[in-house]
Every structure is written in C-alpha cells, then in structure tokens.
Unconditional design. Structure first.
Length: 235
C-alpha cells in the first residue's frame, strides 16, 4: 500500500481527493498547509506528495522547495487553480522546482491515478536491486531464464555473505579475496548491478584499506544482498 501525503487547505477538495485515493487502495495522510506537511514529514515517510499551491502559512511552492532539499527522491504532484489574470503560472513553476507532474483543479481523477501509477513504477525501478534491462540482455531477452539465473544466484547467497563476513572478522585475506572474487564473477551473469558494484567496491577497498571505510562497504554488500534475496523470492 502506497502512502500519499495530501496537502490541501480546502476542506471539500481535500475530502474528495482523499476518498478517491483511498478508493484506489492508497493510504492517505493529510495536512492543511505546508507547515503541517513539514511537521508530518519529520515522523512519516510518504512515497508521494500531492500539494496544493496557494495555501496559508506555507504555500506549495515553498513546500516543494523544502521537500526537494530535504527529501530529493520524493515524487511530488502539484495541484492548483490557475487564474487567467495570474502573473505567474504556478504549475509551471512547481514543475521547474521538481514536481513530477501538475494538475489544474478540478483534478481529473483518472489522469491523477494514472500519474501516480507511473510514478510508483518509476520508484520501484529506481529502488530495485534488479536491473531488468541488464538481466534480460544477459538472458537473451528471455524473462524466464533471467529469473532462473537470479534464483540460482540467491540460492546460497545468505551463506556466502556470512562466509565473507567471517573471513573479514578473522582477517583471513586469502579466503576473503577468494569469496569476493567468486561472488563478483557470479554477479556478472545476472542483473544484480547494484550488488555487483558494491562487491567491486569492497574488493577494491580490501586491496587498498586506507582509501575506503571497509565496514561500511561490507554492510552495503550485506544489505543489498538481503534486499536482492527478498526481491527475487517475490518473483
């Protein structure tokens, strides 16, 4: 379930949009102005922010700037009633500041839900440990074979990571280098690009220990491996 932060000072508009989003199986939290939204963002982690522009206390333009500064990966949708005599096109301004999309009120429900779905696909692809373009290319564009290769990779991945951690703790440089080299090689045959990069960085660091904080790199390998295992098991 996607969590959406809806920021709208008009009670009727806020209620309508909340109902539409909830009916589409999204979890909605609301704020009536930018200041409330900023406070909510200190304790919540919504996936998408939908904000009105003209609001009291802190308007949508200031909110978008604040969010993009502190939460650059958050996707934002702006909504506003652009008046013909306005000297500023607030929706264009919102997009120039980082909003992914903008809608004039009244907001078209179908178009809004479609944009949200597109943004969720974008977020999923960005956060995924699997680069499907690489995975499919290596598998001759055969999705079933690509999934099979990923399945083989994760079969003993947890045990392999534990062995790598043990070799590091025991200062067994030969064992550590051998296991990292083996894992790096296996990662060349599937689409786990982020884990491959993390392993390569760790390999480089153990050869030149003064250049990188090795424990942090080892943790990155472990976290990415665990995330990859979860993703592949959901396929």
């Amino acid at each position: 379930m996607t969590t959406i932060l809806l920021v709208e000072d008009n009670d009727v508009v806020r209620e309508i949009l909340t109902h539409q989003l909830a009916h589409a199986s999204h979890h909605v939290i609301t704020a009536t102005n930018g200041e409330e939204a900023v406070e909510l963002l200190k304790t919540t982690q919504p996936t998408i922010l939908i904000t009105d522009i003209i609001m009291p206390k802190m308007d949508g333009i200031a909110l978008i700037s604040e969010v993009k500064n502190k939460h650059p990966a958050m996707e934002i949708i702006a909504i506003s009633s652009n008046e013909p005599n306005d000297s500023i096109d607030y929706l264009d301004l919102s997009e120039s500041l980082g909003a992914a999309a903008s809608f004039e009120k009244p907001v078209d429900k179908t178009a809004l839900l479609m944009v949200i779905d597109l943004l969720l696909h974008k977020i999923e692809a960005r956060d995924s440990e699997i680069d499907w373009s690489v995975a499919l290319s290596l598998a001759g564009n055969n999705r079933e074979f690509a999934e099979k290769m990923l399945g083989l990779l994760i079969k003993d991945l947890s045990e392999e990571i534990e062995s790598i951690k043990k070799a590091y703790v025991n200062h067994d440089q030969t064992e550590l280098s051998t296991r990292l080299h083996k894992l790096h090689g296996a990662l060349c045959y599937c689409g786990a690009v982020k884990l491959k990069i993390a392993v390569a960085a760790f390999e480089k660091a153990i050869r030149h220990p003064s250049e990188e904080p090795i424990p942090a790199l080892l943790l990155d390998v472990e976290v990415r491996a665990n995330q990859l295992i979860k993703e592949v098991r959901r396929l």
